[in-house]
Design a protein around this ligand. Sequence first.
Ligand SMILES: O=P(O)(O)OC[C@H](O)CO
Length: 411
Amino acid sequence: ETQITWWHAMGGALGEAVNEIATDFNASQNEFKITPVFKGTYEETLTAGIAAFRAGEQPNVMQVFDAGAATVIGAKGATVPVQDLLASNGIDFNIEDYIPGVRYFYADADGKMIGMPFNSSTPIMYYNVEAFEKAGVTPPKTWEEFASVTAPALKEAGYIPMAQSHLPWIFTENFFSRHNLPFATNDNGYGDGETKILVNTPEIKAMFTALKDWKDQGFFEWYGTGWNDNQKPFEEGKIGMWFGSSGSFGGLQQTAAMPFSATLLPYWEAVTTEPTQTFIGGAALFAMSGKSDEENKATAEFFRFLASPEVQVKWHKDTGYVPITNAAYELATAQGYYQEKPAAEVGVLQLLLPAGDNTKGYRMGFYVQIRDVMNREYGRILTGETTVDEAFATIEKEANELLERFNKTQG
Ligand SMILES: O=P(O)(O)OC[C@H](O)CO
């Protein structure tokens, strides 16, 4: 029996679902055994994985979140591209089997898939059904509608109209994709040239000017930068609309004190009348290099198992992460799952909205550190310590310094 390890960042209900996948894979055959190991947050898992790689003690499979993808893909020789791994182990692979939003996020500039998409999410708008009934309004399609109709009504009904889970992910990265705006030069970082961030721009500055105004008016509340800081007040029924991962759906079904549903992210009509799809979030699984052929075969077989429609549909239903293949999406549809739970389909529907030049993803090295800069400056905007203009000039400057540093590591 060949043994392999899988480091991941899935805690709570998600961790239980991961353990079930591993148990099912181990029970499905007797040649290979995978052991999942929870390593903390996405950031902690990435840091642990990089340190382990340097020490030659890397796991076979490492879960890396969207923000860390460029760093890992750019670390030459650290991983075996999933497409090569599958091919060399005789496993069919066709990128077209994956739903469009998932296809290229973890691919290289030539379209070769490097990371195995696993827990693909997208941010969606959850809403408290009771709050909307009491306020006598429907979920807003645009931010203009939110500001003029929804927020005043929800506030009047005694709710905090809006909160969200992660400002860089939802109101920055996905702000750019939802409005089909370029987020970086060099084809959003996917090209061969040098990449500069395009964050100091009027549209995103208008978004953060609005967020600060809404906070001052009691239309928006912000509880901190941690992934879990902002979810609890929604679960407790205090918030009208909460922006979070489609992958939070499974957990919310267990924890929400009130009926909730979900719909697409609003957009600014002033920016576009043709809103586009969002980026996939969540994470992918990378096969770390330096492993024996037998272990790589075990990893390839595990990836084959993982991508099967049955495993995908179970994971999708347990968690809310989207089905990553067309076949899995068709199976969930055929089972009548979305008739039973329409909110569970919102993430995938949003990923299937019209695409644009700027919706396939972004690729920026040291992006985890760039998010730290954003979180620091966004906090300062919301507490009134800095202006929107100053904050975005700072983010642009520090992000471009990080990108330049990353570029130098690429030789
Ligand atoms: O909470 P997740 O797993 O959907 O991930 C959200 C972000 O994409 C992580 O950077």
